[in-house]
Structures are given as structure tokens and as C-alpha cells.
Design a protein around this ligand. Sequence first.
Ligand SMILES: C[S@@+](CC[C@H](N)C(=O)[O-])C[C@H]1O[C@@H](n2cnc3c(N)ncnc32)[C@H](O)[C@@H]1O
Length: 299
Amino acid sequence: MTTLHEDAAEPHYLGQFIPLHYHHNMLMDKNRMDNFKAAIEFTVFEGAKVLELGGGTGVMSNYAAAKASKVWCVEFNPDLVTESRRFLALNPNGHKVEVIHADAFEYLPPEPVDVVICEMIHVAMLREKQVEMIEAFKARYRQRFGDKLPVFIPTAVIMAVQPLQQDYNFSGFHAPIIQFQRVYAEHPGSIELAPPQTYSVLDISQPTSREITWEGTFKLEQDGAVNALRFFTKNVLAIDQLHATTIDWVIDYLVLPLARPITAKAGDELQVSFSYLAGNSIQSLEKNIRATLNVSATK
Ligand SMILES: C[S@@+](CC[C@H](N)C(=O)[O-])C[C@H]1O[C@@H](n2cnc3c(N)ncnc32)[C@H](O)[C@@H]1O
């Protein structure tokens, strides 16, 4: 069994170094864009100072610049540094955004900021370095500017898991394979055998560990072959206390096949456990999943 720390980040540093053409997909993703835009409009006040870690095309920084007096936008990929400067010059308020070519793991703004935007987020907080990035930033920031931290977008992450019977037949070819599923879409190949359970809540304003460990029991609601787990990730981008609501971004689901399918009946209890480090590979989670039927509970 692989230990949590053996599985280093992916060797090719993917997830951190997203190529330019992939940014088009991100701009086209209305679920992501509209919710970030709403959260930024809600959080950033007139005259605020804003920092974005991993600015990409500069889109989130530009949203912030509608009200902010100054936005520092840090980007590591030189292609994106060039392109974001070009795009920002085409947009109102783009002149308020300063794009800095630097490693966001090291950068600190020249003065305290009110809001930090960071979207280095992958489902289940795998692959991308959000948790590590924000924790490193908080430590550096406190050392330079004292204990009062800025507001973070997102401010929290809620993760859940659900057992599925997943159809892995592809035109007669059987292939239990990792897959992503669109949110707000029908998934006729997925039979939900029990409701999802929350396995982790990260409050970004508090010290946040990369280690995510969970053990829980699902009471199955129908007969089936449990052969996959579906992972949900909801990012709470902002909390609107006045209206008792939140602005959220739910990422596409991740469905991971189980090493061995388990035939079960309605009423059976399925015990599931896993652990992984935020920022590590999808395979690091897949390898650490354990799922067994609680025999004493079966009829
Ligand atoms: C998921 S994209 C989001 C881009 C943009 N904020 C948006 O929402 O469209 C993450 C961005 O972070 C950048 N990035 C990743 N690691 C970084 C680092 N260590 N320093 C600076 N930028 C980084 C990537 O190059 C990429 O542009």
C-alpha cells in the first residue's frame, strides 16, 4: 500500500502549468465563471486591494478591478503573463491590474490586501496546489503584515462521496476507468446506491491540513454491484450573511472505479475508507480506497 507521502506531485507538474489552450475551456465554463464573478462582485468593495494567485488569463483579476483600486495578479506561466496583459488592455479597468511574472508560492504584495482570489482547484482538491498554496501564503503574509488575514475566495470547500453502480461498458468493451461527470446533467450509466456523505470540510480562514482521511458507512438503498465511488467538491466562494446564503461553485464530479466490485443488497452496510494528500495525484486516492461489506449487518 502506498503511504500518503510517497506519492509525490505528478512529475510533469500538470495542474500547475496549464497550457494556454486549456484556458479557453475555463473561460467557457459558465458554471465556474458566473459563480466566481458573483462572489468577486459580492466580496470586493470599492477601493479594495486585491491579490490573485495564479491569474491565468487575468479574468478574475479583471472582475475584481471593477471595484478594487489595485489588483496584483501573479502568474508563473510566461505565455499566460503575455496573454493576460494583452487581454487586460482590451477590458475596462484592466489598467488597475498589475500582472506579475512570479511563483505564487513565493510572492507577497508590496502592501496588505483585503481579498485574495485563488483558483488552483481540482475535484477532491487533488492535483492542483490550492491547499498548499494558501497555507504557504498565510504564513508568509502573517510574517510580513501581522495576524489580520485577507478574505479568501473561495472561503471553504466541502467534499462528499457516494457509492455507485457505474456502467463501464463502452460499445461492448469493458473498461473500468476514471471519469469526470458534468454537474447539473443526467448520468444514465450511474446508479446511486446510497446518498452522498460529507467527508471533509476545509475552512480556508483556519489552518488547513493537506491530509484528508475518512472512514464511513453507507446504508445501501437498493441491490447492485458497488463498483465505483463518486466524489463531489463544492467550493464556497463567498458567504452572504445578510441573506443567509452562499455563492458556490460545484466542480464536475470525479468517478473512480473500485479495484473489486462488491455485490450487495438493499439494507447492506458498505464501509468505505480512504486517505490522500490534497495536491497529490488522482491515483494516490484511488490506490488508498478500501470498500467492504459489513457482513454482520447483512440479512
Ligand atoms: C486553474 S488556472 C486559473 C486561472 C485563472 N485564475 C482563472 O480563473 O481563469 C490556475 C492558474 O495558476 C497558475 N499557477 C499555477 N501554479 C502557479 C504558481 N506556483 N505561481 C503562479 N501561478 C501559478 C497556472 O499557470 C494557471 O494559470
